[in-house]
Design a protein around this ligand. Structure first.
Ligand SMILES: Nc1ncnc2c1ncn2[C@@H]1O[C@H](COP(=O)(O)OP(=O)(O)O)[C@@H](O)[C@H]1O
Ligand SMILES: [Mg+2]
Length: 459
């Protein structure tokens, strides 16, 4: 047996470890999937659990909808098998010690010989997790210190991820629900474009089937959503808050939801929630940005849109019970907000935590930060969604280069065109104006054009 064969049987390097799984490249050898036993694939060994079932369901939906056209966006289960503990144990050449998840449960006697595990095969994405990609000092070396190119790729990744989430949210009603930095990998074999992995927490929104709703509610038992978790969308944190709120914790059992009167009629509960959110979010934002960015205006804006979004739930005529509030949020917002919030949150993190570096190479970085903060708004017609982000920047770029603008370069003319554009796209300009976005873009028009001139559009 040569060296290579040994690697295949053992499973290669441990390339990742999550809550309940070990990821190896090449895959651990099992289930007779010879075709995948090479370094182009990884295996994930995990418990047979809800995470696996969610992932399998998402993989099937994506494959069914997109055939082969998903591969540059998602890494999903290509093949899988189920094994019990004894069968896994018999894979005697497999180095169990490198996978702490496996050795942990060996020590723990509660696992019986019939405990089930799954091995799933995915394409191996060569590259870095988004978190590492956002690490300025590390990544710019990869781009041979071409920081401008680095920034452009970061922004293309933002636009690209908007297309990816549109593919699942809009076309298959699937919410990924866990788009943190380590579940997005920048694929160095595909123009440094991002691939989304790990659909373990995903769910489908289906208003015709109440089971989907109860499954969504059950997540609030399983996962530790908390209002302080800055990386969860406002809607998710709000549902957590009203389900778990001190006084109401006894209601935290979904069989009883229907009967709980809507206690939000007392707006102090909503105000209290907003205080928690604003405190935690801005402590976080201030901390990562080293207080270099001025958040005052943004905090005012943030409070206002949260009030506008949430106060309507205090109306007990429209929402007699707490369940009416939650079901309304589930039916109208959850699908469009969770993943898009995560993407915006990740990029705010990138801009703010690299504030010092980016301000040296990019005069537009303040605009991008303000733009992202406006678009984190939970109210849908006050923001851009999915492809409209990209279209908005493309529109302005083309406008600045157009003959009509070259002939009439006044702010007034620019602003009129902006209003028209927003009107045509059914987007309300309120927060864009409050946050000086139009003015700032106009003032940096030369840099704006320059930046997007050298932009490579892959799509
Ligand atoms: N297809 C893949 N290509 C490259 N690395 C991967 C792949 N899938 C998973 N990984 C690595 O393994 C880690 C854990 O995998 P993931 O699917 O996110 O499992 P978990 O549900 O345990 O978080 C990831 O963060 C990533 O570093
Ligand atoms: Mg993960």
């Amino acid at each position: 047996m040569n060296n290579n064969d040994t690697v295949l049987i053992h499973g290669g390097k441990l390339v990742g470890q999550g809550v309940d799984g070990c990821v190896h490249n090449p895959p651990v050898y099992s289930c007779n999937f010879n075709k995948y036993m090479n370094n182009k694939y990884v295996s994930k060994l995990q418990f047979y659990s809800i995470y696996y079932l969610n992932e399998l369901n998402a993989s099937n939906l994506i494959k069914y909808k997109y055939y082969n056209n998903y591969k540059n966006h998602f890494s999903i289960i290509l093949h899988k098998c189920k094994l019990n503990f004894d069968q896994i144990n018999q894979m005697s050449l497999y180095d169990k010690h490198t996978c702490s998840f496996f050795s942990d449960f060996k020590i723990n006697n509660k696992y019986k010989s019939d405990t089930l595990f799954t091995i799933s095969i995915y394409k191996y994405v060569v590259g870095f997790p988004l978190k590492e990609f956002f690490d300025f000092n590390k990544t710019t070396l990869f781009f041979k210190n071409d920081t401008f190119q680095y920034l452009q790729i970061a922004i293309s990744n933002f636009f690209y991820l908007q297309i990816s989430i549109h593919m699942i949210n809009y076309n298959i009603n699937l919410v990924h629900n866990d788009l943190h930095y380590y579940n997005i990998i920048v694929d160095t074999d595909n123009n440094n474009l991002p691939i989304i992995i790990d659909f373990g927490r995903s769910f489908v929104v289906n208003l015709d089937d109440h089971n989907n709703y109860y499954k969504f509610l059950s997540y609030f038992d399983k996962f530790s959503f908390k209002p302080e978790r800055t990386w969860d969308s406002f809607e998710i944190r709000f549902i957590y808050y009203i389900l778990k709120y001190n006084l109401f914790s006894s209601f935290y059992n979904h069989k009883d939801y229907n009967n709980i009167p809507n206690f939000l009629k007392n707006k102090k509960y909503i105000d209290n929630f907003i205080d928690i959110i604003v405190t935690y979010d801005f402590n976080y934002y201030k901390n990562i940005s080293n207080n270099k960015f001025d958040f005052n205006k943004i905090i005012i804006m943030y409070k206002k849109f949260l009030r506008d979004f949430l106060y309507k739930f205090s109306d007990t005529k429209l929402f007699p019970s707490i369940n009416d509030v939650i079901f309304y949020i589930y039916s109208n917002f959850v699908l469009y907000s969770i993943d898009s919030y995560s993407i915006i949150f990740n990029f705010l993190d990138f801009y703010l935590s690299n504030y010092y570096h980016l301000s040296k190479i990019d005069v537009l970085h303040n605009i991008f930060i303000k733009y992202l903060f406006v678009n984190i708004n939970p109210i849908i017609n006050f923001k851009f969604m999915y492809k409209t982000h990209f279209n908005f920047f493309k529109y302005i770029y083309k406008f600045f280069k157009s003959d009509k603008f070259i002939k009439n370069q006044t702010y007034l003319y620019f602003e009129q065109n902006m209003f028209q554009y927003f009107h045509n796209n059914n987007v309300n300009t309120y927060y864009f104006i409050e946050n000086d976005i139009f003015k700032s873009i106009y003032d940096s028009k030369t840099n704006f054009v320059q930046f997007f001139d050298s932009f490579s559009f892959y799509y």
